[in-house]
Design a binder for this molecule. Structure first.
Ligand code: FES
Ligand SMILES: [Fe+2]
Length: 382
């Protein structure tokens, strides 16, 4: 007989999960914002979305609003979206384009696209006659790196090594740094994007992506294309392994019909295979021979996560208006099936039935390593 306060029985076959409060407790979420989302590299925007000088995008990174903007010199830069005068939010739109500079809507302090303060009304009449030290009151910069065609930002004063943390995660999964480069992701173009607003904690979405125990139950189309997924083993466990298409399957499409020519750089060992990569904390990359499905999460609240999913194809496929609907439909269905499962799980996280958590079966044991990773950063809060 167990009680609600007894940890679920575990043995070699069953490992304990995190307790329910990890998914509903505001203080834990605040700690994750501080110690995970604001300390690590966070994939913020697709670089090509900001194609011209003055184009900007506002994103939520942990507790901060971050502005990513294309400068007149062509470079992307990121800043805290806060006016240095009296703290008004500088940009109140999620995306857009300014002509030459960024002007605060409160008292009209004006910043260049490189973040420097260039004008403030009546500046020259200020007491010392010389106005304000413009360099001292520029926008607060945020570290930014571009990789795989995306701008990654980091709010830490001393960002961790991008090579070790981000590139290293991809290499650890694929077994070879050249493997991801072969897809030429940064040369691809956006064919389709869907933004999902998911009523679930971000960790439920990561955990779901990491395991395939659920594939046979909720992903009929995906297991048709990748028969080994029906066995429930997560391809992500095995370094360098990509799930192979079924013998009757021509392409990574909702009905197994042909896709497009394989991407020019990939080798035969990458053809007819699907590779899934998790880059903690918020990115999933899905590699198939003719396109890429790139997920970015934005944890907005303890029980709400926005997920942007991009389908990327060669420029030819996009320019010629080729029909991408069958490949989009496959992963769109997978996304809807996955997010519905996460949303079905979220309410249970505050139930007394889940106070001490649940269990991981052997096919999910690698999720324990993710839990350990979270605990190491946030501390052992229960
Ligand atoms: S708060 Fe921005 S100009 Fe005053
Ligand atoms: Fe899934």
């Amino acid at each position: 007989m167990t009680t609600m306060d007894t940890p679920p029985a575990t043995g070699p076959a069953l490992l304990a999960t995190l307790g329910g409060r990890w998914y509903v407790d505001e203080e834990i979420f605040a700690a994750e914002q501080d110690l995970i989302l604001e300390r690590l590299w966070f994939c913020a925007v697709r670089s090509a979305d900001l194609g011209a000088p003055g184009r900007f995008r506002r994103v939520q990174v942990g507790r901060e609003s971050v502005l990513v903007v294309r400068g007149r010199d062509g470079a992307l830069r990121a800043f805290l979206n806060i006016c240095r005068h009296r703290g008004a939010m500088l940009c109140t739109r999620d995306a857009g384009q300014v002509r030459r500079n960024l002007q605060c809507p409160y008292h009209a302090w004006t910043y260049g696209l490189d973040g420097t303060l260039i004008a403030a009304p009546n500046m020259s009449s200020f007491e010392d006659g010389a106005g304000i030290d413009r360099t001292a009151y520029g926008l607060v910069p945020v570290a930014l790196r571009e990789w795989l065609g995306y701008a990654w930002v980091c709010l830490a004063d001393e960002p961790p090594s991008f090579e070790a943390e981000v590139m290293g995660a991809v290499t650890a999964r694929l077994g070879d740094p050249a493997a991801v480069e072969a897809y030429g992701i940064d040369t691809l173009e956006l064919g389709h994007r869907v933004v999902y607003d998911v009523a679930a904690n971000w960790k439920l979405i990561v955990e779901n992506f990491m395991e395939c125990y659920h594939c046979a139950t909720i992903h009929p189309e995906l297991t048709e294309v990748l028969p080994e997924f029906a066995q429930g083993l997560a391809a992500q466990v095995f370094v360098g392994h990509g799930a192979e298409f079924g013998s009757e399957i021509a392409g990574f499409t909702v009905d197994g019909s042909p896709g497009f020519d394989r991407l020019p750089g990939i080798g035969s060992d990458q053809d007819r295979r699907y590779f899934a990569v998790t880059v903690r904390p918020t990115v999933f990359v899905n590699l198939v021979p003719d396109h890429i499905i790139f997920h970015r999460m934005y944890p907005m609240a303890v029980d709400r996560t926005v997920v942007e999913c991009d389908w990327l194809y060669t420029g030819d496929v996009v320019a010629q208006g080729r029909d991408t609907s069958r490949s989009v439909e496959l992963f769109h269905r997978v996304n809807e099936q996955d997010f519905a499962a996460c949303e079905r799980t979220q309410p249970a996280m505050s139930s007394r039935a889940y106070r001490r958590g649940g269990v991981l079966v052997p096919a999910e044991h690698h999720i324990a390593e993710f839990h350990e990773w979270v605990r190491e950063r946030v501390g052992d809060v229960g």
